[in-house]
Design a protein around this ligand. Structure first.
Ligand code: ATP
Length: 243
């Protein structure tokens, strides 16, 4: 039982959820260590959404709404942390959702798909093809998903898959607390924010855009601005850590 007034309540609840999902096979043990890396960067950024991340979240909402065929790629950690939010984002944007795993077994894909469906997500099923030029199972895509997508949201992604998607001409949006990761540096748009903070913001913006029917052309943006801004924020916090 985690007391609500614990200063690290949210972080502890998330850890508890991840370990339960690791025990049920949704999250891999490696996924737990990836979460630890994310937590470390979140500490550095102050465990809150920065102004620049919020701008990136608004652009992401616009990109997803304007897309002809948006796809959200979900792995074990994303499923465990944000299945409900993925369902909501899918409803607003009409995005296809496909499960993509590094540690892939058919049993795990099924388990994650069932979990997502239980939270209201409509999950792509059917044939998979080795679509991406990668030597591991993250190359596999559902034929009706990523191969036909123009905009792909890949939260908590691997650098090599992100790069392969970019090279195939996809507009790749990622959510990654590490502004130095290969993924963060090669995506078209990187949201340097924690997944469970970022998704509700994207959903809110997507709703606003749809309600006002005011999708506008996406203004030019430079992803390096978002990365540099996140790094600058971390440096500032590190410099005054003992003040
Ligand atoms: P790359 O190959 O892009 O350099 P990596 O090897 O760091 O990335 P992984 O180990 O797969 O990639 O980790 C995924 C990334 O997700 C990490 O950079 C981590 O900081 C980030 N991350 C983990 N948990 C979260 C979270 N809850 N919200 C946002 N980002 C997260």
């Amino acid at each position: 039982m985690i007391p609500k007034d614990h200063p690290r309540y949210k972080s502890l609840i998330i850890r508890e959820r991840l370990s339960k999902c690791a025990m049920s096979g949704i999250v891999s043990l490696e996924g737990l260590t990836a979460h630890g890396r994310g937590e470390a960067f979140d500490y550095l950024i102050g465990e809150k959404t920065t102004e620049s991340a919020l701008i990136a979240e608004k652009i992401a909402a616009n990109l997803l709404i304007l897309a002809n065929k948006p796809v959200i790629s979900v792995n074990g950690n994303t499923c465990a942390l944000a299945a409900e939010a993925i369902a909501e984002l899918q409803k607003i944007t009409g995005a296809y959702v496909e499960v993509n795993l590094f540690h892939r077994t058919e049993e795990r894909v099924l388990k994650i798909s069932n979990f997502l469906e239980g939270k209201g997500v409509s999950v792509l099923k059917g044939n998979v093809v080795k679509y991406l030029p990668l030597s591991h199972d993250r190359a596999l895509c559902f034929t009706e998903g990523i191969p036909k997508a123009d905009v792909v949201l890949v939260p908590l992604e691997d650098g090599d898959r992100c790069q392969a998607l970019v090279e195939m001409g996809k507009t790749v949006i990622t959510i990654d607390l590490n502004p130095l990761s290969r993924t963060a540096r090669c995506a078209r748009l990187t949201i340097v924010d924690e997944l469970t903070r970022a998704l509700p913001n994207i959903i809110r913006y997507a709703k606003e855009i749809k309600e006002r029917n005011n999708t506008t052309e996406i203004e030019e943006f430079d992803n390096f601005y978002f990365l540099q801004n996140a790094i600058d924020n971390m440096i500032t916090r590190l410099n005054c850590a003992l003040d």
